[in-house]
Write a protein that binds this ligand. Sequence first.
Ligand code: ATP
Ligand code: ATP
Ligand code: MG
Ligand code: MG
Length: 877
Amino acid sequence: MRILKIQTLRGPNYWSIRRHKLIVMRLDLEELAEKPSNEISGFYEGLVEALPSLESHLCSPGCHGGFLMRVREGTMMGHIIEHVALELQELAGMPAGFGRTRETGTPGVYQVVFEYQEEQAGRYAARAAVRLCQSIVNKGYYLRQELEQDIEDLSELQRDAALGPSTDAIVQEAEARGMPWMSLGTRFLIQLGYGVHQKRIQATMTAQTGILGVELACDKEGTKRILADAGVPVPRGTVINYFDELETAIADVGGYPIVIKPLDGNHGRGITIDIRNWEEAEAAYDAAREVSRSIIVERYYTGRDHRVLVVDGKVVAVAERIPAHVVGDGASTIEELIKQTNRDPNRGEGHDNVLTRIELDRTSYQLLERQGYTVDTVLPKDEICYLRATANLSTGGIAVDRTDDIHPENVWLAQRVAKVIGLDIAGIDIVTEDITRPLREVDGVIVEVNAAPGFRMHVSPSRGIPRNVAGAVLDMLFPPEKPSRIPILAVTGTNGKTTTTRLLAHIFKQTGQVIGYTTTDGTYIGDYLVEPGDNTGPQSAQLILQDPTVEVAVLESARGGILRSGLAFDASNVGVVLNVAADHLGIGDIDTIDQMAHLKSVVAEAVLPNGYAVLNADDVRVAAMRDRVKSQVAFFTMSPDNELVKQHTQQGGLAAVYENGYLSILKGDWTLRIEQAVNVPLTMAGKAPFMIANALAASLAAFVQGVSIEQIRAGLTTFKASVNQTPGRMNLFNLGRYHALIDYAHNPHSYEALGGFIRNWTGERIGVVGGPGDRRDEDFITLGKLSAGIFDRIIIKEDDDTRGRSRGSAAELILKGIMQVKPDCPYESILDETTAINKGLDSASDGSLVVILPESVTRAISLIEARRPVGDDIQQP
Ligand code: ATP
Ligand code: ATP
Ligand code: MG
Ligand code: MG
């Protein structure tokens, strides 16, 4: 077997609209192409031995053991690899359920598709699955050690990719609300929502978190000062910079017991609490000094440690934090008990997991000593031995939810404190004997206020109810009336995407909003080009969706990008499908027109339920997409008699139609006329039917998004496909006596569409035609045939670069096509493109149209400009 390609999909795609995270592996089965699993001796047994858990895969039989039944009876290796890749991820703690395996047009080559949770792990699983199966085929087994290594590697890839627990909680909540999010790839920044409506977070800080509040909270002494001035109970204490000052400071705070901590520390580092004598104070001073220059000396308050989380001015959760400890069983030593506790799979390193492993430090031994223990003491049954003085989760503490217990006065106080410090999300640390009573009554204090407080103690407390604190954050960032999305309008089709995208963006500009759009020519925001180039893939779309100024996104969504990585967005508001024709077939395992239609229908199917799929009713394959979509449908048609559209509008549906020379919207029984085609420059004075179709599609897409008829009209009448903006796309030149047109029509469908325009020309129609040498023979013959039906006179030319063909052979094939249709057609064969174009222009009769399909658009344009065109409009009698 040989892996030919592994692709990672990240959005709605050819295989699934709903499952965005898919690996697509192109796999050549080679020697196994003709061998189903039942014909490989020992394969079934080897597979069951290596991965007994495959028993749980139902597969097509739909029952437990269903998949293994298929393996025993005989199934192709691609299919088995799909299941193995899923199972490997499952074993590594990343369950994924979706898979598909399909034959391609190339014998023995399969596409194996399966879901992933983490990209890198998914790609790894693809390779590992092939390795595993190949080993069983060759040797009858896959070594246990190798499997264990695979699973370990997969878990590591998962850990590497994992978001922090607080970020993860917020992202999960966003997903549950159907809100889009993306990682910005630096500084752990996460974007929630799109475009102008986006909000960024970084762990539990938001774009709204004030820098002054954060800096104040990070300054423990400053915080205490501000809080004390506001009448909030805080520990009595002082700050010192030199060891000399320690003794006086202790006296100042009222003597032992005291707490010594670094002025700017966190996660409990360098803190010693409950210091009872000078010796301990000295050691504590040194420990704090390692973290910070200045040192806080405070009175020690006895009590339990609480974290109160305030979001947007409201207390949303309260946790009591209990320092790391073990509970005796009457038989084990303290050391053994610690080991047992740390074996809990919920305990990890640092903040990775729900809890952190217990490690002993300097204060731990002091604590043990005070309790009269050593690590070798056998702890009596049910007796608690504390191992750390502070309750931070990061030093092995646990959290107990106390949200329902906090006294209302303490709620009021915490909420006020968050405001006083100036934080939208604040973690307030309270030490009190009893959180159910007001702080004042029990001599409780607020020891500090944390910016960017961790969420894990609230989201997954060791005891008590988990609290959806991420929900409160999202409620704050996106209040009910505030959207998180911007309208996304995606445009696809074989021909006319760029034209329609540009026109649609232009129409939307009439509303005064900032439009971001991507096309084959470049990425634009407002009136400016951001990046030139073919930008119809997901990266350019991301650029638009990440831009904080963009209010509406119009995205040309070409076949290549959808195939390579899926759509760049989870769902759109409008999906326009213009047409589906034979072009690009045979690339990326899309071999038939119907497969192409299926691929393009992704754009229609990924529309939000309350959005619209804008479909071409005159194209059967596009019209048929109405049955696949979950959204509403609006049709456009060139014919007022289109039966489908009639039915649709009779049932109250929306449509755009070309009727009596007008571009109109049909809404139920009403006809809303937008504009006469002759007044829409893009339609070449109404002579280019395919441009009318593009204009109908754009108008309809804008209309369903609430753009007014007046604004659509203003857009249609002021839009021009200029030579500068879209060179090679229907560039018309008025040369006074005659006209010339340069177009890049590159497939029979667009060629025919172009013919629709040329046939409407009343003067002589002269074609200067040819095509790239790498086209198939029959494509040249078709080109000839179509040309014969369009032009009165034809000049056949060839490209400078014949792409491997012998000079003159393409011209011969074109001629063959012409002769099949119109044997008496006047023609000339001039192989050199420049000579051919000049000949065509020189010989143009009055009122004629010279149509040039050039190899080099720029050269053709300069040849025409040398003849000083008087304009780009049509002046035909
Ligand atoms: P974190 O960043 O995890 O909040 P930190 O390093 O910022 O920790 P503090 O919050 O100041 O440190 O203190 C850590 C813990 O030590 C407190 O939550 C509290 O349990 C205890 N503590 C601190 N100061 C006092 C005090 N004056 N009296 C009693 N306990 C205290
Ligand atoms: P590409 O795949 O190269 O990006 P595109 O789909 O973006 O192409 P445009 O650039 O808008 O298409 O138009 C390319 C050519 O296709 C035009 O010059 C014209 O010849 C033809 N064309 C445009 N619209 C249509 C249409 N609706 N139907 C058929 N042909 C069209
Ligand atoms: Mg703290
Ligand atoms: Mg394009």
